[in-house]
Design a protein around this ligand. Sequence first.
Ligand code: ADP
Ligand code: 5GP
Length: 235
Amino acid sequence: MSGLVFIISAPSGSGKSTLVNEIRQTVGEMDFSVSYTTRKPRGSETNGREYFYIGRDEFEAMIRRDAFLEYADVFGNYYGTARRFLDEAGKRGHDLLLDIDVQGASQLQKKLPDAISIFILPPSRIELEKRLRRRSSAENVPDDVILRRLQTASREIENYGNYDYILVNDLLEDSIDALKAIVLSERIRTTGREPSVEEQELFRLAELYRLANMRASIQSILATFRGSESSVVSN
Ligand code: ADP
Ligand code: 5GP
């Protein structure tokens, strides 16, 4: 019942949707902002669940109506967060989870300075490419689309320093535990009460992922993205 806003960003393919879905299913009183997009649904995605899929004309009409808290052009498609999700979560006393790109996060951090931001990194560029290829294989996504996502990833990850927490999504179970610890410890913090012994463990875990505590250890990951923007390996 804390009314917190959690912003999650990550290069496409890092596993952000997987982690966000887990949080949506297992953490209570957490609303998810379903973004609007002009891209087509992927795989089993369903209108109103992952996104609202609309045409460019409709999206631009929403921009004119000032219906978006933020919006951005990502990979040639519009993506936007509707204002109403923030209003509705606030009315319910729920927290709100936003899955948005680095451009949207930067717009929102100015409008909502108390928002808690989390950047998810893949363990390496090669692992990101593998995940992108695995996810794309069923849909016959062409190489140039994968290449574009990897190039965008190289640029996006340079924004990691604008986030409160950095999570390297290597072992999925560890990432889920870390993300839950971040959310639950931030909730306890807003109550102002002393954490119990069990809750102190959540704080300890969450602190490991603070930007200041992650800077040194992620340098080797960032290095795998530098100077390799144009190479794509095939599997
Ligand atoms: P994003 O939302 O960041 O674009 P997805 O959640 O769709 O990424 O994940 C991309 C692919 O990587 C999917 O096939 C997913 O099952 C897989 N994946 C996610 N997390 C992990 C992980 N920790 N280890 C291995 N594969 C993962
Ligand atoms: P995908 O097409 O892989 O689902 O998402 C592509 C990118 O768009 C991801 O980085 C995702 O976080 C971002 N995105 C999704 N919804 C929004 C939104 O409402 N606003 C912004 N700015 N980015 C979004």
